[in-house]
Design a protein around this ligand. Structure first.
Ligand SMILES: NC(=O)c1ccc[n+]([C@@H]2O[C@H](COP(=O)([O-])OP(=O)(O)OC[C@H]3O[C@@H](n4cnc5c(N)ncnc54)[C@H](OP(=O)(O)O)[C@@H]3O)[C@@H](O)[C@H]2O)c1
Length: 279
């Protein structure tokens, strides 16, 4: 399953996974139904099958993630690989959902945490059957930054830099904590490097064109990045445990933030914030 699979790194990871591993079923998810259906049509042609499928989800909404997971549980009994590559680049300030979570922070962390929790029974089912069960969060391992113990979700002091810093740190804490709690499952947080994708499509023109020039001239192409992501997801060295990887899928040093106290703090905070409150 690739969430954030309707474009960019997620799309090319889905394409490479089908080419390389011929899965019996691959689910592509994101908000854009048209793009998702075009991609799954292509994937079905490659595999000469009808089983690959698009299912819509917006991971900025905890309620929608829950309904999505419930829908999935009626379609599949177990899940081997979960890739989360949802995200976007914007220069807008805090944009809270009706659940009180900044939508960008949800795409980059809180929605990812919620999605993994909701899909854990399906991953456990695969692991208990002796099969691969792995989760890969595509974001920015290696670029962790400070977080604020009295303002963990930045309700009081939001800035784009802080949001990026804390979401990266939380992803790295999450993979370690979840690996401890689920020893038969592998958890990866990976930095894809500078990749030529549509990531900056919501930026104003003056900010978008330098990114496009950089992307065309210097960045890795999404197709090549898809190869690295597929390797990281399926290689035996990442079968269980937690792994922070760079753009070549090499291990990077443990961040100073990854302490047992911080893991517990952020885990409990994430459960609290992503639990759907009764109206
Ligand atoms: N490209 C880079 O150089 C680079 C560098 C470092 C880190 N990253 C990280 O890598 C991830 C993927 O980036 P990319 O370059 O592939 O970007 P992209 O081409 O813009 O693709 C992002 C994907 O995320 C989906 N998405 C966005 N918001 C979503 C939401 N609320 N719910 C569900 N899906 C959502 C988009 O689909 P829909 O519009 O259909 O929802 C799309 O499929 C991001 O987290 C990004 O921060 C990228």
């Amino acid at each position: 399953m690739v969430v954030g699979g309707t474009a960019g790194i997620g799309e090319y990871t889905a394409r490479k996974l089908v080419e390389r591993t011929t899965p019996s079923k691959l689910i592509v998810s994101g908000r854009n139904t048209e793009a998702g259906e075009l991609i799954t049509n292509d994937l079905n042609k490659v595999g000469n099958t009808n089983s690959h499928e698009f299912i819509q989800v917006d991971i900025s909404s905890m309620k929608k993630i829950h309904s999505y997971a419930e829908q999935l549980k009626t379609k599949i009994q177990k899940l081997n690989y979960l890739v989360i590559s949802a995200g976007y680049f914007s220069m807008n300030g805090r944009d809270e959902s009706d659940e009180g979570i900044d939508k960008k922070m949800a795409a980059h962390y809180y929605g990812r945490f919620k999605l993994i929790q909701e899909l854990m029974p399906l991953l456990e089912e695969a692991a208990n059957a002796g099969e691969d069960a792995r989760v890969m969060s595509v974001y920015s391992a290696g670029f962790e930054g400070d977080f604020y113990k009295d303002d963990l979700d930045l309700k009081k002091g939001f800035s784009l830099k802080r949001a990026a810093d804390v979401c990266i740190t939380y992803n790295s804490l999450m993979v370690e904590e979840l690996a401890e709690r689920h020893p038969k499952i592998g958890f990866i947080h990976i930095y894809p490097g500078g990749v030529n994708t549509s990531l900056g499509r919501d930026l104003p023109f003056w900010a978008r064109w330098p990114m496009q020039i950089f992307g065309t001239l210097f960045a890795t192409q999404a197709d090549d990045c898809g190869d690295v992501m597929t390797y990281a997801l399926t290689d035996d060295s990442f079968k269980t445990g937690w792994h922070l990887l760079n753009s070549k899928a090499e291990r990077i040093a443990k961040p100073k933030y990854n302490t047992p106290e911080n893991r517990e703090l952020i885990y409990n905070h994430s459960v609290e914030l992503t639990t759907i409150k009764a109206q």
